[in-house]
Design a protein around this ligand. Structure first.
Ligand code: CP
Length: 313
């Protein structure tokens, strides 16, 4: 078992075998995180820069914790307090970070393809922390890690992704990861946000929510990505909730074992009822916790780590 990639740019280009290497490595790091001393020296001497040009709570903080637990030095770059404000380009910013000895640049950017662009112009390892509506690979990895941990497998499961699929990088990365690992993926939401074109990615598309929820083992809710929509895609939030929200009434009709997931941030009372979000089948906060182990695995593997066999048990 080994990891043959210098960067983590997307899920689309990775074979299932490499996804499983990340998941197994993350499992070993999660065990490390449950010890009294949670730090390992794996990345001692390496410098990781969190280059976040879009807002983030979960992803930025968990990359920071992941780097610290691997004993790397971590620098948080805030676009608001940087020379971006004076017109410095992404290319010049990245080259300057490299001149300051960044070994890994974790980038979140509003432009799809920004991480791929950086990977062509700098020597540092690049990790995509979300690029436009394109991909959010570590979110998908932590989502499949959580599903595998809770249900014991991915293959053969029915996973419904409900909400704004069109503008969601989380949806795209999840679709790639889940279908490569053998899950059956159903997409549901308003037809303006869930076009039939997604069937080409190997998913079932339905605009009937009862059909989408009936046989789901996992229900992953997505928020409406207002910041990326160029026009209103449905009449009102109230109508969205009544037609596509996971209300208490709809929740009561789901499988009693179905996991409830959400990448966050949640719009309580819009895509998900507040009590359902906090209910006993919700794994939303476990997803956040698992983000640390998954991001430790990603940082470790892009820096040349071979896999879980190298992590002391
Ligand atoms: N899920 C996710 O990407 O959350 P943040 O925007 O808070 O990082």
């Amino acid at each position: 078992m080994s990891w043959p990639h210098k960067h983590l740019l997307d899920i689309e280009s990775l074979p299932a075998e490499d996804l499983l290497t990340v998941l197994d490595t993350a499992r070993a790091f999660k065990a490390v995180g449950e010890r009294a001393i949670k730090k390992v020296p794996a990345l001692r001497g390496k410098t990781v820069v969190n280059l976040f040009v879009e807002p983030s709570t979960r992803t930025r903080i968990s990359f920071e914790l992941a780097a610290q637990r691997l004993s790397a030095d971590i620098v948080n770059f805030s676009a608001e307090a940087s020379s971006f404000k004076k017109g410095e380009s992404l290319k010049d910013t990245a080259r300057n970070l490299e001149a300051l000895n960044a070994d890994v640049i974790v980038i979140r950017h509003a432009a799809s393809g920004a991480p791929h662009f950086l990977s062509r112009i700098v020597q540092a390892r690049i990790v995509n922390a979300g690029d436009g509506a394109h991909e959010h690979p570590t979110q998908a990895l932590l989502d499949v890690f959580t599903i595998r941990e809770k249900l014991g497998r991915i293959e053969g499961l029915n996973v419904t992704i409900l909400g704004d699929i069109l503008y969601s990088r989380v949806a795209r990365s999840n679709i790639w990861a889940l279908t490569k690992l053998g899950a059956h993926v159903t997409l549901c939401g308003p037809s303006t946000l869930v076009p039939r074109e997604f069937e080409r990615m190997g998913c079932r598309v339905t605009h009937r929510i009862d059909e989408a929820l009936a046989d789901a083992d996992v229900i992953n809710l997505l928020r409406i990505q207002h910041e990326r929509q160029r026009q209103s895609m449905f009449p009102s939030l109230g109508e969205y909730t009544s037609l596509f929200g996971l209300t208490k009434a709809r929740y009561a009709k789901t499988r009693p074992s179905a996991l409830i997931m959400h990448p966050g941030p949640i719009n309580r009372g819009v895509e998900i009822d507040s009590e359902v979000a906090d209910g006993d089948r919700s794994v939303i906060l476990e997803q956040v916790t698992n983000g640390i182990a998954v991001r430790m695995a990603v940082l470790y593997l892009v820096c040349g780590g071979k896999g879980p066999q190298e992590i002391p048990g």
